[in-house]
Design a protein around this ligand. Structure first.
Ligand SMILES: Cc1ncc(COP(=O)(O)O)c(C=O)c1O
Length: 425
C-alpha cells in the first residue's frame, strides 16, 4: 500500500477498516482526558468491556451455589474450560481435543518438558533461539540439570550472524542437522520477545523431526497475533499466555497444545494431578492415574474459574471478529504503517535515527516493531509522557505493537508524530 504521512489518510484507513468497531469492545486507558495510544499488547492486552460482567456472573454463581457451582448453574465449573476450547483451537490452528486452558505459561512449559524432553546418553541436547525469554531459559536450564546434564553442554542456542539482528532459518536448520544424532528437543519461541521475529515454525518442525527430536514452541508472542497451524505442521507441543494478544487479564490463564499423535502414547511422562484424571471417574478417588483423553489429560489442578471467565470474555471478542486471518490482514497494514512513519523520520533527518531490528518482511513478524536509537530511554520517556505507551526492554529496545482488535490507524499516525517530536526536541 502507498502510505501517506497525514491525519486524513489515517482517518480514511480507519473508515475503511471492517474491524474498526472492535475498538469499542475494549476499555481504552486515558491520558490527560484523551484515549491513550496503547501500543503494548505485546506485554498486556487491554481489558474487554465484557470482562467484568462475565467474572461477575461467576461470582454470582459462587454466591448462589457455593460448592455446588462445580456441577450446578448455567456453566458448571467442572466443565467451564470446555467453553474455551473451540476458540483456542481456532487461534492456534489445532483440533479442539489438542488444546486446554490451564496453569500459567512457565508452569505449562515445565509440565510439557516433563513429557517431551526425553533424554538418554545419546540424545539429550535442546536447541533454542539465542536470547529466548529468560523464563524459558531458566525453565530449560533447570530441566536439563534435573535430567543430570550440564546446561552449557546440553543447551545449544542459535544466534544471529555477526552484524545481523535476527535469525536466518537456514542457520537454525544447519544447527539442527549438525546436532541431529544428539538432539532430544527443539524448543523455540513462536515470535521472539525482543526482536519481534516470527520464526518459520513449519520448517523448523520438519527439520526437528527429521533429526529425530520432538519440537515445541512457546507462543507467548504469537498466539492471537499471527495465524498458526499447529496441528497441520505436526508440532508436538506448545504453550502460550493469554494476557498479551488474547487480552485475558494480568497473569491470566495459559494454554497448552499437545498433538493428537501423542494421545495414545503411554510412555510419555506426566506430572499428574487429579484434574487430568478421566472426567467420568474423577470423583471415584481411586489410586492409579488414568488420564482424560486428549490435552485435558495434562491438567493438574482444578480450574481457576475467575481467570477462565476473563479468558472467556476475551475469546468471545475473537469469535465475533471472525478468523485470525482477518485480524492478520489488518495487522500487517497497521504495523506496516508504523514502519513507514518511523522510516519517514529517518528520511526527513537524512540519517538513521531509528533502527528497526524486526524483520522488514511482514510474513516474518507480527504486530510488534522493536526499535533501537541513540538516547532510546529518553525517547521512550517522551512517548510515555505524551500518552503513547509501548515498552522498554533492556538493554536498548523500544517495543511498539499496534494491535488490530483495538488500535486504529489514527493511533499509529499520532504515535509517529510524537516520535518525530521526540527526535526534534
Ligand atoms: C516468551 C515468554 N515466555 C515466558 C514468559 C513468562 O510467562 P509467565 O510469567 O506467564 O510464566 C513470557 C512473559 O512475558 C514470555 O514473553
Amino acid at each position: 500500500m502507498d502510505f501517506q504521512n497525514n491525519l486524513d489518510f489515517a482517518l480514511q484507513l480507519d473508515k475503511q477498516d471492517p474491524l474498526a468497531c472492535f475498538r469499542d469492545e475494549f476499555i481504552i486507558p486515558q491520558h490527560n482526558g484523551h484515549d491513550m495510544i496503547y501500543l503494548c499488547g505485546n506485554s498486556l492486552g487491554l481489558q474487554p468491556k465484557a470482562t467484568a460482567s462475565v467474572i461477575a456472573g461467576q461470582l454470582d454463581n459462587w454466591s448462589k451455589y457455593a460448592v455446588e457451582g462445580w456441577f450446578d448453574g448455567d456453566t458448571p465449573w467442572m466443565f467451564y474450560h470446555k467453553q474455551l476450547t473451540n476458540s483456542l483451537a481456532n487461534i492456534v490452528g489445532a483440533l479442539p481435543a489438542e488444546v486446554v486452558a490451564m496453569n500459567t505459561l512457565t508452569v505449562n512449559l515445565h509440565f510439557l518438558l516433563v513429557s517431551f524432553y526425553i533424554s538418554n546418553n545419546k540424545r539429550y541436547k535442546i536447541i533454542m533461539e539465542g536470547g529466548a525469554f529468560p523464563s524459558d531459559q531458566y525453565a530449560v536450564e533447570s530441566q536439563v540439570r534435573f535430567h543430570g546434564y550440564d546446561p552449557k553442554e546440553a543447551i545449544i542456542e542459535v544466534f544471529p550472524r555477526d552484524g545481523e539482528d535476527t535469525l536466518r532459518t537456514e542457520d537454525i536448520l544447519q544447527k539442527i542437522s549438525e546436532n541431529a544424532g544428539e538432539l532430544a528437543l527443539v524448543l523455540f519461541g513462536g515470535i521472539n520477545y525482543y526482536t519481534g521475529q516470527f520464526y518459520d515454525l513449519e520448517t523448523i518442525t520438519k527439520a526437528g523431526h527429521k533429526a529425530g527430536a520432538f519440537v515445541g514452541f512457546d507462543l507467548a508472542h504469537a498466539a492471537g497475533n499471527v495465524p498458526l497451524k499447529l496441528h497441520d505442521w505436526g508440532v508436538d507441543f506448545a504453550c502460550w499466555c493469554s494476557y498479551k494478544y488474547i487480552n485475558s487479564s494480568p497473569g491470566g490463564i495459559s494454554g497448552a497444545f499437545i498433538h493428537e499423535k501423542h494421545f495414545a502414547n503411554t510412555e510419555l511422562n506426566r506430572f499428574a494431578g487429579w484434574w487430568g484424571y478421566r472426567e467420568d471417574k474423577r470423583f471415584e478417588m481411586k489410586l492409579g492415574f488414568k488420564p482424560q483423553e486428549g490435552a485435558e489429560g495434562w491438567q493438574v489442578s482444578c480450574a481457576p474459574v475467575l481467570l477462565m471467565a476473563a479468558h472467556k470474555a476475551a475469546l468471545n471478542v475473537f469469535d465475533k471478529a471472525g478468523s485470525i486471518q482477518l485480524l492478520r490482514e489488518k495487522s500487517k497494514v497497521l504495523t506496516g504503517y508504523l514502519e513507514f512513519l518511523i522510516n519517514g523520520i529517518n528520511r526527513e533527518q537524512s540519517k538513521q535515527i531509528f533502527k528497526i531490528i524486526t524483520p522488514k518482511n511482514a510474513d516474518e513478524r507480527g504486530c510488534q516493531l522493536s526499535i533501537i536509537c541513540d538516547n532510546g530511554k529518553a525517547i521512550f520517556d517522551h512517548l510515555v509522557k505524551n500518552g503513547v505507551l509501548g515498552d522498554w526492554r533492556e538493554p536498548d529496545v523500544i517495543r511498539l505493537s499496534p494491535v488490530p482488535l483495538y488500535n486504529s490507524f489514527k493511533d499509529v499516525y499520532m504515535a509517529g508524530k510524537i516520535l518525530e517530536e521526540a527526535v526534534k526536541r
